[in-house]
Ligand binder design. Sequence first.
Ligand code: ADP
Ligand code: ZN
Length: 553
Amino acid sequence: MKPKRWQGILVFCMIGVLLLGYGVKAGRQTEETLSYADFWQLAQQGEIASVVIGSGVTWQVTMKDGRQAITPNPRAADGKERLLRLGVDVAERENAMPALAVAALFMVLLLAFFSRGRGRGALGMEKLAAVQPDERVPAVTFSDVAVSGDTLRSMQDLVDYLRSPDQFRRYGARFPRGVLLYGPPGTGKTLLAKALAGEAHTAFFAMSGADFVQVYVGVGASRVRELFRKARKAGGGVIFIDEIDAIGKKRDNGNDEREQTLNALLTEMSGFSGQDGIVVLAATNRIDTLDPALLREGRFDRRIEIGLPDYDERLKILQVHARNKPIDDQAISMEDLARQTALFSGAQLETLLNEAAIRAFRRGGQRIESQDIEGAFCAVTVGEERPGRMTEAEKKITAYHEAGHAVVTRMMQPEARLTRLTVIPSSRGAAGYAMSVRPDQLLHTRSQLLAMICAALGGRAAEEMLLGKNDVTTGAASDLKKAREIAAAMAGDFVMGETGDADQDARLIFQTAFALTRQCLSENENALHRLARALMEKETLREEEINRAFEYQ
Ligand code: ADP
Ligand code: ZN
């Protein structure tokens, strides 16, 4: 053990002994608690000798017989005057910090000291000074966050790097710098960043983009530098910048302050050497408005979309937050609850269970029952601006729409892989989506182009099959636009034209494709129903699950 460490421990022991002495003394002084009404009665009866008032939560009272007591500080403007009129001695002093709070602070410092020392060897005293309560190692870990396995896997090398940056580099791995988490609010981005620090046993430094953007030019930039300086001083950690769009909007030449703040951030991030053990996480719900400079190599070059949770993810989130709650699991099924909460964010799910717990507590119940959940459900959904719920009917239409795209794609473009199908809206605004990957090809044959039009029309055609022609939703507008564009391109091409009139040709191609699409769907009705039903139940289907729906025709 190096001498510096001994010094540190010695100083702590001395502080501890001092505080203990103070605590004992403070404990003796405050034997009795008087209600404010009793206090005034005694004062009027002339029983009070002196009072020490201040800005603290209590006043210290000394009675004529020498007893000590405390009474709540009413924070009334004329309190002092009224006491003086009654002939009470009034002293004004800032109330000393309660012994308990001081002791707690001491414990926190002690813990921080030891946990920091563990990972990084001996610490000098100047490092101790930098450890403040808001930069502690968070208590949450990945087990408190319910996110998809993919997201966790992409976080894992960040953990490895944060735990031992030198080792990580020795193996020649390129060290990670910035990760951008994007998605709607309340989906656990902050929680995930915190859990990363907790998992890696490093400090967590958080700030919001809005905090950086100040009225005075230069303040934001100096706050950025200060934040990184703190992190370096603490020997590394996770820096989390919420609402990064506040500083990282596309440059508009109109805001010097934001420009300077953004430049400071970029400079700090390119200054990383890899030994600092610092990872920067940033969150936004609008990735499209960000300055491209932020997304470049060596900055936030890793992006993770955190979308609204699907059924499986909602179930996990509910389970995480049910862990510490006495839920009547005979009456309440988490599976049902997960099914009924489509479009809820993680934060709303957490609120739902919390509201239910409060309701159970208020009525003095032993456990959280169905009635509490139902009450909470209303409180959460009605209180929301955006109706945080997808009705069963909406879900069904979306499921058929997306399944329609998938069936037509599978039948008419067999070379394309269907990798993901979901009814959960994406951050980019689509109601649901079907994702397919097809081999890159520059030249398309006529039949390939026709198949692309059909795939685009599959959603609309499936809705028609389900609802009849007049009830289709407006969700298909962008599909139709895409189909028309391809048809127009085909018609404009001399070789492919039929009638010599481009507009008329395009219309003809479009109509042919629509007829083909309808035919394709009715020939594969079984697969369509199977896919749509699976989508209604699970909300997101991955490649193997999609393939399974096509297995028995
Ligand atoms: P964001 O930063 O994306 O707006 P937060 O991390 O602030 O969301 O989420 C708020 C709260 O909602 C969390 O503290 C947690 O209680 C709950 N929550 C949200 N998403 C999840 C999740 N995936 N797993 C567990 N809890 C979650
Ligand atoms: Zn569509």
